[in-house]
Design a protein around this ligand. Structure first.
Ligand SMILES: Nc1ncnc2c1ncn2[C@@H]1O[C@H](COP(=O)(O)OP(=O)(O)OP(=O)(O)O)[C@@H](O)[C@H]1O
Length: 254
């Protein structure tokens, strides 16, 4: 079933930079779609337009039979809460415990005054611990977030996003700040939530070796336009040059 569809998406920033131009794509439920392309090709912009962190200038975003780009206020917040997001820099509250950080993901389903006072229900606390178990960090629940390694912090961010009960998880260069072995560990947890919880993943990545290991499908951007959509194994040398330019050399991450 098609979960998400972008139709003729265009995005121009207020300073005049055209970041996306006539983007058409669709994402099936359960896919692990990886977005690749040179720095500045529009990958982050595309992810941010999908969940309306950045408004599009024209086109349409269909998500679960609704036009996401036409929703406002409460309706938009509700639908957006079905789309989780993690970032390169993890964005945890450093001085708070791991568990508190995960519970912060329940914000959309908790009255603000309750979340400010840290008054989460027993069910929410059990859910948060269950998600920490899924990312292998239940034993760190009461440790301060800034005591964890980068890879562990990213796994906490995944657990926090899961608290929204998302249909889709957007991962904006989730391993760009991590070393190679930690990168694989984080990618394996993303694969686990994709396969075991059925969360559809859309992920920006730089290294093709990671793309080949984890992607079920690839979308490549160049100068804000789609230049490739297809299987990771079909990206041969010629496609590589089309996507990254004649001068580019493939670098592997093992
Ligand atoms: N807030 C902004 N205001 C103006 N221009 C922006 C903004 N964010 C991004 N851009 C520009 O839009 C284009 C696409 O940027 P984007 O960050 O989406 O690319 P990217 O492929 O994610 O790059 P990277 O891999 O370096 O993160 C670039 O030319 C960038 O300079």
């Amino acid at each position: 079933m098609t979960l998400l569809r972008g139709e003729n998406l265009c995005k121009t920033y207020p300073n005049g930079t055209q970041a996306l131009s006539q983007i058409n794509f669709s994402v099936e439920e359960g896919e692990f779609l990886v977005v690749i392309g040179l720095s500045g090709s529009g990958k982050s912009t595309l992810l941010r337009c999908i969940n309306q962190l950045h408004p599009i200038n024209s086109g349409a975003i269909h998500f679960e039979q609704q036009r996401l780009d036409q929703l406002h206020g409460r309706a938009l917040r509700q639908q957006r809460s079905r789309i989780g997001m993690i970032f390169q820099q993890f964005n945890l509250i450093p001085r708070k415990s791991v568990l508190t950080n995960v519970l912060a993901g329940a914000l959309a389903s908790t009255p603000i005054w309750k979340s400010l006072l840290g008054l989460y229900s027993k069910k929410q606390q059990q859910q948060a611990l269950a998600y920490l178990r899924i990312v292998g960090l239940e034993h760190k629940a009461y440790v301060r977030a800034d005591n964890l390694s980068g890879g562990q912090q990213q796994r906490v961010a995944i657990a926090r996003a899961l608290m929204q009960n998302p249909k889709i998880l957007l991962a904006d260069e989730p391993v760009a700040s991590l070393d190679p072995s930690t990168s694989h560990s984080v990618m394996k947890y993303l694969q686990k939530i994709n396969r075991e919880l059925g969360v559809t993943v859309i992920c920006n990545l730089h290294f093709l070796s990671l793309v080949r290991t984890y992607a079920s499908r690839v979308l490549a951007l160049k100068d804000g336009k789609i230049v490739y959509q297809g299987a990771p194994e079909d990206i041969d040398e010629q496609w590589f040059k089309t996507i990254y330019g004649e001068e580019a050399v493939e670098v592997s991450i093992n």
